[in-house]
Design a protein around this ligand. Structure first.
Ligand code: GLN
Length: 242
């Protein structure tokens, strides 16, 4: 934090952010502003350097080819890894989640190096693409309510010992390994397969990211309840018989 404002960095909007993942940026901005915080939002295109002074970095999902290009450029740039070394927070979705892991299989069918910010490795699933609404329980140590989201991915993500599952699914596939895990996290770095946009469906996750950035245990309450109706509707959709 500098000058009492939260620096929110949206990584490579020109390559990544499918299925409305831009909404995650808007949610973090809004939830911070509702607490009287100033927000400096920085949108970093893939031909620009990643600033290392951000508080929260948001990375969206993407198609397979832009995913390959984004990973190459982020590794060449090095700024995101330096920011995390300085304590920055990363919240990444789908292709973004795969990119911040150690390795993923790219559009050419090759194993490609990721940023290594999470101890996960992604492969291409042999089974059908994972598509649909998801309902999951978030790691209880994070103190967050049920996770609702929408998944659409071919990738399957395996967690290593340094990564904790972000959630356990009731409905849907999540990491796609068949072990019921969804997403991964370690310290200030989070990855999930959930679109939705996921922070619109789960604004308390955005609050969690802001709390981490401010290094506080609680934020002033908001009387904003619009999202409860959205949550109930999507949870009902996930649990409805096919
Ligand atoms: N291309 C990746 C996959 O299919 C990610 C897709 C996405 O971000 N929606 O696994």
């Amino acid at each position: 934090m500098s000058d009492n404002s939260l620096r929110v960095v949206w990584v490579y909007p020109d390559l990544l952010s499918t299925y409305g993942d831009q909404g995650n940026v808007l949610l973090v901005e809004r939830r911070a502003q509702q607490r009287g915080l100033g927000v400096q939002r920085v949108d970093v295109r893939s031909d620009q350097p990643i600033p290392t002074s951000g508080d929260i970095y948001l990375i969206g999902g993407g198609e397979d080819r832009p995913q390959r290009l984004a990973a190459e450029r982020l590794i060449r740039d090095g700024g995101l890894n330096r920011a995390v070394d300085n304590g920055a927070i990363v919240f990444s979705v789908c292709a973004g989640y795969q990119i911040i892991g150690k390795e993923f299989v790219n559009d050419l069918g090759e194993r490609q190096e990721g940023l290594g910010l999470l101890d996960v490795v992604s492969t291409r699933g042999e089974a059908e693409r994972c598509v649909g609404d998801v309902l999951a329980d978030i790691d209880s140590s994070l103190g967050l309510p049920q996770l609702t989201g929408f998944e659409n991915h071919q990738g399957v993500t395996h967690l290593g010992p340094e990564a904790r599952p972000f959630a356990r699914v009731h409905f849907g596939q999540g990491n796609g390994t068949g072990d019921g895990t969804e997403g991964a996290w370690h310290d200030t770095v989070f990855g999930t397969y959930m679109h939705g946009p996921v922070l619109a469906r789960n604004p308390l996750i955005a609050d969690h990211l802001i709390k981490l950035a401010l290094d506080v245990n609680a934020l002033p309450p908001t009387n904003d309840r619009w999202y409860e109706a959205l949550r109930q509707e999507r949870i009902a959709a996930a649990t409805a018989p096919a």
